[in-house]
Design a protein around this ligand. Structure first.
Ligand code: ATP
Ligand code: MG
Ligand code: MG
Ligand code: MG
Length: 464
């Protein structure tokens, strides 16, 4: 089955089970300052789960475009390293707003997988939350799931959208890609998620978590499920990696020819193919590369892709050329890719030209620093200089470092940032209240690098 056929079959099946087909919402969550990007199908229904919004349906089904490149669910660092993670992907989902609960949710999922898609039962593995005897009972006694391919887990079987908001225990279904792939079953010591790939998460939405960590019951127990289209396509197209499915073949070829390489297996090509997808869809939803918030995430994604192109020997700007392939591959499902093609190309080309001016010099500084390194940690002043003078987002430097098994001295980087802040203050250029600036953006879930970069951009503002 092609990805388009799987998407269609899913929506049709759930429509037959009384679900209203609802269009994907934007990647920019409406009215939700706690969330960077739409990272799951439930996001557009958050208020319905909380009981503050009403719809004229109690069952819905969607194919939701998602981005996980920041915040609680961040897969940016996984791209290029795992077979199953993208920054942009499509999540197929069915939802019950106080209508059906565990029994039907489990039955629908099992029927869709084993009867509609005809996946062999002996290839599937099920997990439930360790406290959820009810779900365990349904699986074992009503569905007849094999107890040998069943485990009860803790955190992995409790899903939350972010640090706050709707959450609850979940049950997940995995596909076993067979003994040719290394790794053990879910929850086992040698499980790295690669042989048994998680395909579907069925969440029993029962609580609302507040900022202080308290969980209060939702008005009505509900269901939220998410199945990765690309992961299911890999299963049905009998490949292990998502990057080998129909949606990626033409993209990888386009990327290879744009950078001038022939080896389609290269990791960097996968990164580029992944990143053109998120870049296109973020731009369609109104994000432009910038030094703050969502725009900075897009900038990081684009610059990372450009660096990977450079690594493969790209002699010239190339990234914007892949928009044409995107329009071909996904234009039927997402016509905006065709109508907005010229605009997306223009935005990407501008970013490429801007970064091209400093990339070469920055890379040679980085390579020299790495060559003269004695330990395994890249000094903070180098990371800072690359960030400050050459426009290298910290995660881009980390990405290069990781390829050589190095890490970054983030404490040193922070110290450099602080010194720069002080210099700015001393020079009387302190134009913005730095704390307030962060607060104003409302992006409380930024952590780690993001928090750092968020603060650094204030310094960038000061020096403008
Ligand atoms: P994993 O453990 O593999 O990282 P997850 O538990 O973080 O996945 P969920 O939050 O449960 O994923 O999302 C529901 C489904 O969406 C997953 O079962 C998977 O099929 C799909 N999915 C999640 N993250 C990604 C991603 N980065 N790229 C592609 N598909 C994804
Ligand atoms: Mg994950
Ligand atoms: Mg998981
Ligand atoms: Mg999951």
């Amino acid at each position: 089955m092609t990805s388009a056929e799987i998407r269609q079959a899913f929506l049709e099946y759930f429509s037959q089970q009384g679900h209203t087909i609802v269009p994907s919402s934007s990647l920019i969550p409406g009215n939700d300052p706690t969330l960077l990007f739409t990272n799951a199908g439930m996001v557009q229904f958050k208020d319905v789960f909380l009981g503050t919004d009403k719809r004229d349906y109690a069952r819905a089904t969607t194919s939701q475009r998602c981005v996980r490149a920041g915040g609680k669910h961040n897969d940016l660092e996984n791209v290029g390293y795992t077979a199953r993670h993208h920054t942009f992907f499509e999540m197929l989902g069915n939802f019950s707003f106080g209508d059906y609960f565990k029994q039907d949710a489990i039955r629908f999922a099992w029927t869709f997988l084993t009867e509609v898609l005809q996946l062999p039962k002996e290839k599937l593995w099920v997990t439930v939350h360790h406290s959820d005897d009810e779900a365990e009972h349904i699986w074992k006694n009503e569905i007849g799931a094999d107890p040998q391919r069943f485990s009860k887990l803790d955190e992995d079987n409790f899903w939350s959208m972010g640090d706050t908001g709707p959450c609850g225990p979940c049950t997940e279904i995995f596909f076993d890609h067979g003994p040719d792939v290394a790794g053990g079953p879910p929850g086992s010591p040698d499980d790295d998620g690669d042989r048994y790939i998680e395909i579907w998460n069925i969440v029993f939405m029962q609580y609302n978590r507040s900022a202080d960590g308290n969980m209060t019951p939702l008005p009505k127990p509900s269901v939220d499920t998410g199945m990765g289209l690309e992961r299911v396509a890999a299963v049905l197209q009998q490949v292990h990696s998502n990057y080998e499915i129909d949606l990626f073949v033409a993209l990888l070829q386009a990327a290879a020819s744009a950078v001038g390489t022939e080896d389609l297996q290269q990791k960097s090509l996968r990164v580029i193919a992944d990143h053109i997808r998120s870049a296109c869809f973020l731009i369609i939803d109104g994000v432009v590369p910038s030094n703050e918030g969502r725009g900075y995430v897009l900038r990081r994604i684009v610059r990372r892709a450009i660096r990977h192109g450079n690594k493969l020997g790209a002699k010239d700007v190339f990234f914007h050329k892949l928009v044409a392939a995107m329009a071909n591959v996904m234009g039927d499902a997402y016509p905006d890719l065709r109508t907005q093609r010229a605009n997306i190309e223009k935005i990407l080309l501008k970013e490429e030209q801007q970064f091209a001016r400093t990339l070469e010099n920055g890379m040679s500084i980085l390579e020299q620093a790495i060559a003269s390194l004695t330990g395994q940690v890249l000094p903070g002043d180098v990371v800072f200089k690359l960030y400050d003078t050459y426009g290298f987002p910290v995660d881009l430097t980390a990405d290069v470092a990781r390829e050589q098994s190095l890490t970054l001295d983030m404490t040193g980087f922070e110290a450099e940032m602080e010194q720069q802040r002080q210099r700015a203050r001393a020079a009387g250029q302190f134009a913005v209240d730095y704390n307030e600036q962060i607060h104003l953006e409302g992006e409380t879930q930024f952590t780690g690098y993001e928090a750092l970069e968020d603060r650094s951009k204030v310094v960038a503002l000061i020096f403008k």
